[in-house]
Design a protein around this ligand. Sequence first.
Ligand code: BF8
Length: 646
Amino acid sequence: MSEKHIERSYDAASQKMIKKADEENIKIAWDRYDAMQPQCGFGELGLCCKVCNMGPCRIDPFGEGPQEGVCGATKDTIAARNLARMIASGAAAHSDHGRDIAHALILAAKGEAHDYHLKDTEKLKRIAEIYGIDTQGKSIEKIGEELGESCLSEFGRQHGELRMASRAPAKRQALWRKLGITPRGIDREVVEIMHRTTMGVDNDYKNIINHGMRAALADGWGGSMIATELSDILFGSPKPIRATVNLGVLKEDQVNIVVHGHEPTLSDVVREAAKDAELLELAKKYGAKGINIAGMCCTANEILMRHGIPSAGNFLQQELAILTGSVELMMVDVQCIMPALSGVANCFHTKLVTTSPKCKFPGVEHMEFKEEKALEIAKDIIRKGVENYKNRVKERVDIPGEIKGLVAGFTTENIFHILGGRYRATFRPLNDAIISGRLRGAAGVVGCNNPNIRHDWAHISMVKELIKHNVLVVQTGCSAIACAKEGLLTPESAFEYAGAGLQEICEAVGIPPVLHVGSCVDNSRILLILSEAIKEGGLGEDLSDLPVAGAAPEWMSEKAIAIGFYFVASGVYTVFGTPHPVLGSENLTNYITNELENVVGGKFAFEADPIRAAQMMIKHIDKKREALKLPPLMYEREPVRMSNNG
Ligand code: BF8
């Protein structure tokens, strides 16, 4: 019998659904990936150019055919332009999300979106201060409105620097200014990439990438940071919270509604709507015991972090959730939503509903979401799901039993409090742990799934290797969900997997060795954690001095490229599992994986083997420890008990 399902995913629940798809001849992402082989070599190497109608042109990677496009663009120019456009797209996606949150904040503050309230007023005042808003004597609503407007104006800012970028250490800000890459308006930087990379503008691959970094910084220290901070203000800042994850969160005897996508505006209110007495009564009428809301992808992370709503899984599980035959309705907003969902939903009773004017599917019902009528619309959508319960085919319901507990909800602010104790919120204990050698350093492991690598396996293997070597791990997005499914996001996992020093810290403070800090826009929280560590003192003056590293072992989205670039441009060594599409240009590859370190202090590496990649990160962390003249590690021993890696 074929073991395809085991080769495709590390996760047992996913394996079962992949097998079911195979048996029922339903094509899913892995099948489409196989059918696509061999994939386009020119595209993979970054050597295909489609920016004008003299082309498409492609450069022969073997040096025998054409070495320049019709216009004369070289492989360096073509690959750099393609990569910069990926940054633009990723930065645009995160930032447009941030813009929508700013818009929702304004509506809520003006009393035009009655179902939202400004929940974290402390943070509201703190962020208002960054924007130079005088809060004295003003109502919360007035401050909220002014902050929302100030953030919105950052998107089109024509003069000066993004306000959020002022939160980076002074030395980093000075370097950005010297290099001319301090981000200005968010939209402006994205537009400038599109301008520079159109036919006949910027031909210098380094100049193109340098501007790419500027746009990426406008994402991390701009659009994404606005999305995170304003979401905390509007929906409440997360606190450590226990929850559950994996397809096993779907319920056999309840109406299952899956919310999928990214923005918390809809998912947050859906959670409220599901408690509606009339809808619960209706569910009972149809024979269901209740209404079960489960998340998928990053919108799941938003409501998981804030309310402990269970997550049904990560990116490659979106089709698999429908394959359980138990999903009455999947509502989607924006980003990472596979066009294939409508086809898979058609094989079951599942209703797919789109809600954003930016994201429609041919033939799929659209119920447009509006902040002004949030709860009403959410109830209408849920009602549709409840009414669909009667169409569920019991014989086709097959929910894998796998379900794991996790602790989510860590933020820059609450890590501050957890570490510092009740009386003195501070990063001091974290810095001291690194300085004394109890902790080696920290790593951010983030990003997607991709059928080109065994689902979840790279995330889990890498994170286990890092924590075993006393590296504290912070996670976001689908990577966090992958590790949650393995049980790594629990304090108890420290005893099974962490090195002795990290184990001691987890035990003393009561935290997991792997901290879930949110959705992909919440990678901005990691930038702030690093900035706080610098502010606390003893670990250098710039982000590039810190013994830290980043990774996206299973990346697929252009958003991951934007994130990678804002970390690198902030001084962080970052390892991607598969290369960016640049290998056709030796010069560009060398620039981003080597020379960039002398420019911004960070650089990329590409390594498919997650253990080797983790070791590269550890080596980098040790290099930084050495530069800081930190003492050797206190402990470097194997964890108490290693589990079977499957
Ligand atoms: O923004 S990690 S697959 S869901 S892009 Fe998408 Fe990648 Fe998941 Fe969230 Ni992020």
